[in-house]
Ligand binder design. Structure first.
Ligand SMILES: Nc1nc2c(ncn2[C@@H]2O[C@H](COP(=O)(O)OP(=O)(O)OP(=O)(O)O)[C@@H](O)[C@H]2O)c(=O)[nH]1
Ligand SMILES: [Mg+2]
Length: 318
């Protein structure tokens, strides 16, 4: 009972936008603390008001720089902003990471802006789950916009991007980039393309290439036309245009009813994901793990097959 009250007070503080409580809640989520679900239950009613913007693209494309520019602009317009930066795990980007923090701190000092980095640890599914839950916390705390920065290299990043209402894919004028992006599935998820570092040579050529690729794609169900914008993040050029395009997409999604549809679809996936996790965690008790350990060598040397084993351990026949 006392525990229940404490959690309720905690949730109320988050809803009233208390920065320290929001920070604590994000740690609880990130550590997959046992309290996290109880907290999320209390906050659920208060989510759904923030507009979620995903920014993804290859390492070093300028995602943090653009995020920083957007934060400043949104802030000037009087919006409350939350940012989740999903750290790349690659040790090669360690230096850039530190740079991220420094640049982001610029905006971190602003009122009504909450910035948090999250580490890519644990399982892949675990990461996107924590990131989405972190967004829910920021959402419940009354943010108008939430920006999620991820490096567009893996499946979990694509999952995260798909939970955003508007996904921005950032590319740069470097050879092979657009081809790489296609391979990484970034073409599939982009609502807006940004060619950053367009102060560099070859920018217009890449813009044409991206436009050609977009034209080859079948039109999206909601008939949204994907634009390719040029920015120079380091000079804060093109930020206003990017903001306008985001708002245009937001407006489009709202008017066509696709925002609701997209969120419903995400909710459906989320519930299925939660069930999947619950069942899996519950399933693998010590006895079953030992049972698998005892059998794995026999399966390896083909004395038994994995399908029969699964039938046996689950008791579910085909
Ligand atoms: N020339 C040029 N440099 C830029 C531009 N935008 C950003 N940069 C620089 O590019 C470097 C990488 O920028 P970040 O914003 O950290 O890129 P990122 O995509 O967030 O990088 P990761 O998070 O490490 O994947 C920094 O040194 C920026 O100053 C631009 O428009 N032109
Ligand atoms: Mg970054």
């Amino acid at each position: 009972m006392e525990q229940e009250n404490r959690l309720k007070n905690f949730a109320d503080k988050i809803i009233s936008s208390d920065k320290r409580s929001v920070a604590r809640a994000l740690s609880i989520i990130e550590n997959e603390d046992s309290n996290s679900e109880e907290l999320l239950k209390l906050l659920y009613k208060h989510t759904g008001n923030a507009y979620r913007i995903g920014i993804t693209g290859p390492p070093g494309a300028g995602k943090s720089t653009l995020t920083n520019n957007l934060i400043k602009l949104l802030k000037e317009k009087g919006y409350k902003i939350g940012v989740i930066a999903v750290d790349p795990t690659s040790p090669f980007t360690g230096g850039a990471l530190l740079g991220d923090r420094i640049r982001m701190q610029d905006s971190g000092l602003l009122e009504d802006v909450f910035i948090r980095s999250m580490a890519t640890r644990g399982s892949l599914g675990g990461l996107s789950k924590s990131v989405v839950e972190a967004c829910d916390i920021l959402d419940a705390s009354g943010k108008d916009f939430i920006i999620i920065e991820t490096v567009g290299v893996g499946q979990s990043e694509l999952d995260i991007a798909q939970t955003a209402d508007t996904t921005i894919v950032v590319l740069v004028p470097e050879s092979g980039d657009s081809v790489q992006a296609m391979k990484a599935g970034l073409m599939e998820i982009a609502d807006i393309f940004v060619l950053n570092k367009s102060d560099r040579e070859g920018a217009d050529g890449i813009v044409s290439t991206i436009k050609n690729i977009i034209h080859l794609k079948p039109p999206s169900k909601d008939n949204w036309i994907i634009e390719v914008l040029k920015t120079v993040g380091s000079q804060n050029k093109g930020t206003e245009e990017l903001f306008n395009e985001i708002m245009k997409h937001k407006d489009h999604l709202e008017k066509t009813g696709y925002l609701k549809l997209k969120r419903k679809d995400n909710l459906n996936k989320k519930i299925k994901g939660l069930i999947h996790n619950k069942l899996e965690v519950e399933f693998w008790d010590r006895k079953k793990l030992e049972f698998l350990d005892g059998k794995i060598d026999d399966i390896l040397i083909k004395k038994e097959d994995p399908y029969s084993f699964v039938e046996e351990i689950t008791g579910i026949k085909n």
